[in-house]
Design a protein around this ligand. Structure first.
Ligand code: TXA
Ligand code: MG
Length: 322
C-alpha cells in the first residue's frame, strides 16, 4: 500500500514489519535494524542471499557511535562533509550489531539520507533502520513509490511516497575500516572528490567477496541489455533482421537513425546528474515494454560519469541465472 502516513510506518517498523521509504538516492526497504526477525524478512522479500550486508540508516551524527565501534578522524570528516547525503561509510561495528546486518563481517555500513520523509521517519522511529534498495536482488533499484509497488507489492507492509528520488543512483560506498580508504561502490559523490577532501588516494580495486557489484550482474533490467559505442549501435541497427525487432536504444549523442516504428529511441540527458536521475526510470520503463534488446550508448569517461559507467556495465552483464 502506498501512503504518506509516517506514524503508521513507524508503528509497522516497531512491530517488526517492512516499510519502503524514499531517500535521495533510491527507495529503501526498511526494517528495525535491531530486530533479527524483521531483518530476515528483508532478505526474503528481496530474494537476497543472506551474506549480503545491509546499510543502516541513522538520523544524526550522534547515532554513529551506537553502531560503529571505531570512527577514524577521516571517517568523521567524510560524515560531517557529506551527511545527510548519498555516501555510505563502512566502519568497524559495535559488538551488539546483529550478524544478519553485516553478513557476519566485523564492519557496518552507515548513512544519514537526505530526504525529508526519510529524516522524519528516522527521527520518529528513534533508532537505526536497515534498508537495502527496495528491489529484488540483482534488479534495478526503484526511484518512485510505484516502482517499489511493481517490484515488491505484497511483500512490503507499507510504501511511503516521496516522489522521484533526486539522485537516482545508489550511494557511494567507502570502506573506512582499514588503514587506507577503499571504494566499494561508486556513486555521485566521486572518488576524486573524496580523495581531495581526505588528501590521500582511495583504493579502488576491491577483493571483498561481499562488496556491492562483485556479481556478474547487478542493477539490471530483465531485457538483454548491451552497452555499445555510437558506431556499433549504427552498425547493429543496419544489420538487424526482422526477428530481432522491436528493440530500444538509449542515446547519449544526437544520433539520427532510420525511421522505424520497431526501433524505439530515447535521448538521454547530457549532464551526468540528469543522466543519473533518469537512467533507472528509463530502464524500468523499457523493461516493461518487452523489447528484444536494449542498446545503450556508452557515456563519456570522466569522474562525474564513474557511477553511471559502473551501473551501465553491470546492467549489461550477461544474466546467467534467470
Ligand atoms: O543509496 C543507497 O545506498 C540505498 C539507499 C536505500 O540508502 N541502499 C542500497 O542498499 O543501495 P543495498 O543493500 O541495495 O546496497 C548496499 C550495498 C550492498 O551490496 C552490500 O553488499 C554493501 O552495500 N554493504 C553493506 N554493508 C557493507 C559492509 N559492512 N561491508 C561491505 N559492503 C557492505
Ligand atoms: Mg541494491
Amino acid at each position: 500500500m502506498i501512503s504518506t502516513n509516517i506514524l503508521q510506518a513507524v508503528e509497522i517498523l516497531k512491530r517488526g514489519g517492512l516499510v519502503a521509504f524514499p531517500t535521495e538516492t533510491v527507495y529503501g526497504l526498511g526494517a528495525d535494524a535491531q530486530n533479527e526477525t524483521a531483518l530476515a524478512k528483508i532478505f526474503q522479500a528481496k530474494k537476497r542471499p543472506l551474506h549480503h550486508p545491509l546499510i543502516v540508516h541513522i538520523a544524526s551524527l550522534q547515532e554513529l557511535n551506537d553502531w560503529a565501534a571505531t570512527v577514524s578522524p577521516k571517517a568523521l570528516l567524510l560524515a560531517k562533509t557529506y551527511w545527510p547525503g548519498p555516501l555510505t561509510i563502512v566502519c568497524k561495528k559495535q559488538s551488539h550489531v546483529l550478524d544478519i546486518l553485516t553478513g557476519g563481517q566485523d564492519t557496518i555500513g552507515l548513512r544519514i539520507p537526505h530526504h525529508p520523509i526519510a529524516t522524519q521517519l528516522l527521527k520518529t522511529f528513534g533508532s537505526g533502520i536497515a534498508a537495502p534498495s527496495a528491489n529484488e536482488f540483482t534488479h534495478i533499484s526503484p526511484t518512485t513509490a510505484e516502482d517499489v509497488l511493481d517490484e515488491l507489492d505484497q511483500r512490503v507492509d507499507l510504501i511511503l511516497d516521496g516522489g522521484e528520488c533526486a539522485v537516482g543512483l545508489e550511494s557511494t560506498i567507502i570502506d573506512m575500516s582499514q588503514d587506507q580508504p577503499q571504494l566499494l561502490r561508486p556513486g555521485m559523490i566521486s572518488t576524486a572528490e573524496i580523495e581531495k577532501l581526505l588528501g590521500e588516494p582511495v583504493l579502488k580495486k576491491t577483493n571483498q567477496t561481499r562488496a556491492p557489484g562483485m556479481h556478474f550482474l547487478h542493477y539490471a533490467p530483465l531485457t538483454p541489455t548491451e552497452l555499445k559505442d555510437r558506431e556499433e549501435i549504427s552498425y547493429t541497427i543496419k544489420t538487424l533482421k526482422q526477428n530481432d525487432l522491436p528493440i530500444a536504444c538509449l542515446f547519449y549523442s544526437d544520433l539520427t537513425l532510420p525511421e522505424n516504428e520497431k526501433i524505439h529511441c530515447v535521448g538521454m540527458p547530457k549532464d551526468p546528474k540528469d543522466y543519473a536521475h533518469a537512467i533507472y526510470h528509463q530502464l524500468r520503463l523499457l523493461d516493461q515494454l518487452h523489447f528484444k534488446r536494449i542498446l545503450i550508448e556508452k557515456v563519456p569517461s570522466g569522474v562525474e560519469w564513474e557511477a553511471i559507467w559502473d551501473r551501465l556495465t553491470k546492467a549489461s552483464a550477461v544474466r546467467e541465472t534467470k
